[in-house]
Design a protein around this ligand. Structure first.
Ligand code: ADP
Ligand code: ZN
Ligand code: MG
Length: 601
């Protein structure tokens, strides 16, 4: 007969003996560090455990609650053998398992996963402030004959809901029990919401989400907007007191065991070796920039400079960190203002589709958090949450915002910081936080008076303050004027509906990979010639703007930075590490078109 393995024994052996490379005791090293720094957690790679002993690895997956308690008891025992003062200072230790073989998609979680360990990936959208959970309560029996104190529960831990004994364990009588706060054991506690990554949500569907609980040293280890992998036990929410007529339908949540925050910004797009060959082949084409432009929303007729601007935003410039630590964004923000029915939304939707990582939203925002962030109160529980808005969710990618002129008042204030410093700060209802919002904005807006009035300046035509307008690198205006182009537009639309495709255009999938590849690997530097050209142009622009003082677009060092980004973006289109004179010329050219169209020259 096969003897039952004792998980505790095997785990102890594993911690003491496992060597990742001969002579290196990976987990004993961690234990020593835990002792030295009074840390609370050991991080165990599931693969190590599996290679050491399959049985206990499987047992942990199937029976995580009981097994983890056994493992943690062993861990504390080993620590105690080495340093018996540790348990006096650190009350609880944790075994944090990472690298589970199976990562489940959020929308594929099923009842069979309940009470098991699973891993899910997603984006953290909300988080509550840190609270304290009582896991072992000291009660006092409020009874004149007793008044004694006792610890509850006697074994194990209290769940989310406080339970009391039916009779006093000291005197055996029923009665009322009072919490003794100073003798009650507390643990840091935080609730977060994990949502599917925007690019995983099937078109036309709402993103799924799951509630997750972080405790002890895991609290605040990730922030809203972070892309994370959570490993934890899937639990059902349940009140411990069963009432007649209680529902038998439960919600699930995850009790988190480990968090891995993803640093890899553009790894969502998988690029195979074959793709890489195609990408490098494409880049050799001397007309690659033109091919890219003609591959952007090919079904839309004309609007070349807008397609070019979108192309530039998709590739982007290079983010720089100055010697003093200040960061200059590489993101190129683009705004399209235009009459209704001029294909603005279509262009934006295309941009969202081809961007390697994107969030599509409207100025009003899809959630209470709007474009930046908000503190929201959940009705059912009364919990306050810090919730990430579109620009935070798009961190590391592209935020496509339609009808940006309809944005909320709070966003109008916060978007300044988001567009330049690329962070969102919030201080409200006891929550103080700074979130990353390193996102490119491609936005469209409608004219204030329904139609664009060319006799008036841009600032009058759109319901956005000049301080926001000046943070866009490029702004274009689409005016719908009936006339000579109508026949050509009609032909183009009819051709497209007839299934004709545009010659020589790169298909969306490949273009997306091309962009992802370039953003990830190509970080161009400006050649001396390119630098000189930009400097001369800047000086010329400064002179002009001082001659036209009431111009809504001030020529500031911002425009010079914009020109640098645009030049770099052109180089990235050709996957070149050096931005040439030609790249700078093109950047100047598109900047000039922008300045002329918004009525500067
Ligand atoms: P907007 O957001 O500017 O109000 P839409 O993107 O909703 O406009 O466009 C309205 C419709 O007109 C869309 O079906 C779009 O394809 C079509 N359309 C407008 N301009 C063009 C164009 N230049 N080429 C092709 N289709 C166009
Ligand atoms: Zn009693
Ligand atoms: Mg529209």
């Amino acid at each position: 007969m096969e003897t039952q393995v004792d998980i505790g024994d095997v785990f102890e052996e594993f911690l003491k003996n496992f060597q990742d490379i001969p002579g290196n005791f990976k987990y004993m090293n961690q234990i020593n560090e835990i002792i030295a720094y009074r840390k609370k957690s050991i991080i165990v790679d599931f693969n190590d455990l599996f290679s050491f002993n399959e049985k206990i690895a499987n047992e942990i997956i199937l029976n995580p609650l009981q097994s983890l308690t056994l493992l943690e008891d062993r861990m504390i025992k080993i620590i105690e053998e080495l340093d018996n003062s540790y348990p006096l200072e650190v009350e609880k230790v944790h075994v944090r398992i990472i690298n589970l073989p199976r990562v489940i998609e959020l929308r594929k979680i099923r009842s069979s996963d309940v009470n098991k360990i699973i891993s899910v990936e997603g984006i953290l959208t909300k988080q509550t402030p840190v609270k304290e959970r009582a896991y072992r309560v000291t009660f006092k029996h409020v009874h004149p004959d007793c008044n004694q104190e006792f610890i509850w529960p006697e074994e194990g831990e209290m769940n989310d809901i406080i339970t009391t004994p039916s009779v006093c364990p000291r005197c055996g009588k029923i009665g009322q029990f009072e919490i003794v706060p100073e003798k009650t054991k507390l643990i840091d506690w935080q609730k977060v919401i994990l949502q599917e990554r925007p690019e995983e949500v099937p078109p036309g569907q709402l993103p799924r989400q799951i509630e997750a609980i972080l405790e002890d040293d895991l609290v605040d280890s990730a922030r809203p907007g972070d892309r994370v992998k959570l490993t934890g036990i899937l639990m059902i929410k349940q009140d411990s007191i069963v009432k007649r007529g209680s529902r038998t339908v439960f919600d699930v949540y995850m009790k988190v065991i480990s968090i891995e925050v993803s640093e890899k910004v553009l790894d969502e797009v998988e690029i195979t070796d074959e793709d890489k060959k195609k990408i490098q082949e494409l880049a050799k084409d001397p007309w690659i920039k033109e091919r890219i432009m003609s591959s952007i929303a090919p079904s839309i007729y004309d609007h070349w400079e807008i397609k070019e601007a979108i192309g530039l935003a998709l590739f982007g410039g290079v983010q720089r960190t100055m010697q003093d630590g200040t960061r200059i964004r590489g993101d190129i923000h683009v705004l399209i203002i235009g009459d209704p029915g001029t294909a603005k939304s279509q262009l934006l939707q295309f941009a969202a589709r081809v961007a390697p990582r994107s969030v599509y939203t409207t100025g009003k925002g899809a959630t209470a958090a709007g474009l930046t962030a908000a503190v929201v109160r959940e009705k059912n529980t009364g919990d306050y949450y810090l919730e990430a808005g579109a620009l935070v969710l798009a961190d590391g990618g592209i935020a496509v915002i339609d009808e940006i002129d309809k944005m909320k008042d709070e966003d109008r204030v916060a978007i300044h910081e988001a567009m330049e410093q690329q962070t969102v700060s919030i201080a409200k209802a006891g929550i103080v936080a700074k979130l990353n919002a390193r996102a490119t904005i491609i936005a469209a807006g409608n004219p204030k008076f329904g139609r664009y009035i060319q006799e008036r300046g841009i600032a009058e035509n759109i319901d956005l303050p000049p301080t926001i307008l000046s943070r866009f690198d490029l702004i274009f205006i689409l005016v719908d004027k009936p006339g000579s182009e109508d026949q050509l537009l009609a032909n183009h639309i009819l051709d497209m509906h007839g299934g004709k495709s545009v010659k020589n255009s790169i298909d969306v999938d490949l273009l997306k990979k091309y962009i992802a590849f370039s953003r990830k690997y190509v970080n161009p530097q400006l050649s001396d010639e390119a630098k000189k050209l930009l400097a001369d142009f800047y000086v010329e622009m400064r002179k002009k703007s001082s001659d036209t003082p009431d111009s809504p677009i001030l020529i500031t060092p911002r425009q010079l930075e914009a020109l640098i980004r645009l030049t770099e973006a052109y180089a990235r289109m050709g996957l070149r590490e050096v931005a040439t004179r030609d790249d700078a010329e093109r950047a100047i050219n598109i900047m000039r078109i922008f300045l002329e169209k918004v009525g500067l020259d």
